[in-house]
Design a protein around this ligand. Structure first.
Ligand SMILES: NC(=O)c1ccc[n+]([C@@H]2O[C@H](COP(=O)([O-])OP(=O)(O)OC[C@H]3O[C@@H](n4cnc5c(N)ncnc54)[C@H](O)[C@@H]3O)[C@@H](O)[C@H]2O)c1
Length: 370
């Protein structure tokens, strides 16, 4: 069995608490022949600032470059609100994203049947939902230049953000979308606003041409991003993979997130380019939630987003789709037992701690592996 090098970066707040459950799961998988993980750990965020006066060290960055996958917890907290801007906890996360070249952000929105009642939408709209929002992460209006506020001298100021996309940036994210769809229900919906934006016109053109050239077997549709947002809450099950730019993706992925209930349930993956030599991609996996200082240290955080993020690492970096399916099934089974952490509690359910939820999921993995 191939050995997989993982770098765990638990971070701050509830990050280390939920990462403990990943360690439990990898230890179980190592012991039962379900995986062969070599694990290293490092500091990132506020805890790294306390130790080294910087949000991530060069040594940890080198380990991140060498790893098959980086598994990231969460960073930040009020105790670091006043540290210098360049070394604030989030700077560690941004450096990882930038230096690993993570341009593709995958956010699944999966609604486990046991949680369909916690969505703000009707049960039949979300029950069994399984879609992916694929967001371009390193280009677009968040990074385009010029990005300025100019004093016009007449009591007015002018703010400028610039939305820029080059062909290669659209091509590579669309490629990820088509490849993902091929392993799922084979449908891609591309969202932009070509009716009012030049970047939308180019986005539409590049996606369409790539599809015609290399991915004719995948169903492709185009929606204007505003209409797409409406469709996402009207009937989300019409989608499989939605691909969109950085700004629209930021918003649409948060909308999709709420279809499924709690922040504690949402995993994510960020992928870089395929290395021509090794054929591997740099990749980082992290829950969508932050360090939750309000509940940190109490042992009550929901570990499911973290465990599901690890599951995504198996699927997208380690070629272990079967084991990734097992983790998802184990999560669904633990929820179906009626176990809930406090954030997803419902009538008649049993409230459990972080560790108890982790144990239940590992227990279900054991049953599935038997
Ligand atoms: N990727 C990251 O590391 C990341 C992301 C977002 C926020 N942050 C940082 O985290 C800190 C707190 O930010 P915030 O409060 O806006 O967002 P948050 O996601 O940490 O928490 C928002 C709310 O959701 C709850 N919550 C979050 N994850 C949970 C889980 N797994 N189980 C149960 N409840 C959970 C929290 O208790 C809180 O009430 C800030 O310092 C912020 O900068 C970090």
């Amino acid at each position: 069995m191939a050995t997989h090098k993982l770098l765990l970066l638990p971070g701050d707040g509830i990050g280390p608490e939920v990462m403990v459950e990943v360690k439990k799961l990898t230890a179980f998988m190592n012991a039962h022949g379900l995986g062969n993980f070599e694990i290293e750990e490092g500091l990132v965020g506020g805890c790294c600032y306390d130790a080294h006066k910087i949000a991530i060290t060069d040594a940890t960055m080198a380990k991140a470059h060498a790893a098959d996958a980086v598994i990231f917890g969460a960073v930040g907290g009020p105790q670091w609100d006043r540290v210098p801007y360049e070394v604030r906890p989030e700077a560690g996360l941004l450096r990882l994203r930038k230096e690993l070249g993570l341009f593709a952000n995958i956010r699944p929105a999966i609604c486990y049947p046991a949680l369909a009642e916690s969505s703000s939408l009707k049960r039949d709209v979300v029950d069994g939902l399984d879609i992916i929002i694929l967001r371009e992460l390193t280009g677009g209006v968040y990074f385009g230049e010029p990005k300025t506020i100019t004093d016009l001298g007449n009591g007015q100021k002018r703010a400028i953000d610039t939305q820029v996309y080059d062909t290669y940036e659209i091509d590579r994210i669309a490629r990820v979308a088509f490849e993902l769809a091929r392993k799922r229900r084979n449908k891609v919906t591309s969202m932009e606003k070509r009716n009012v934006m030049k970047t939308g016109v180019l986005w539409h053109e590049v996606v369409k041409e790539l599809h015609a050239r290399e991915y004719k077997d995948v169903a492709l549709e185009h929606q204007l991003a505003d209409a797409g947002g409406m469709q996402l809450v009207r009937w989300p099950k019409q989608f499989d993979v939605i691909v969109t730019d950085n700004l629209f993706g930021d918003m649409l992925s948060d909308i999709a997130a709420m279809l499924t209930g709690s922040l504690g349930m949402l995993p994510s993956a960020s992928l870089g380019e395929v290395d021509a030599k090794t054929k591997k991609r740099k990749a980082m996996y992290e829950p969508v939630h932050g360090s939750a200082p309000d509940i940190a240290g109490k042992g009550v955080a929901n570990p499911i987003a973290m465990l599901a993020s690890f599951g995504m690492a198996l699927r997208y970096s380690l070629n272990m789709a079967k084991e990734a399916d097992q983790i998802e099934a184990a999560i669904a089974a633990a929820l179906a037992q009626g176990l809930r952490t406090a954030d997803i509690k419902s009538e008649g359910a049993k409230i459990v701690t972080t560790a108890e939820m982790g144990d239940a999921i590992v227990g279900e993995m054991k049953k599935l592996a038997a």
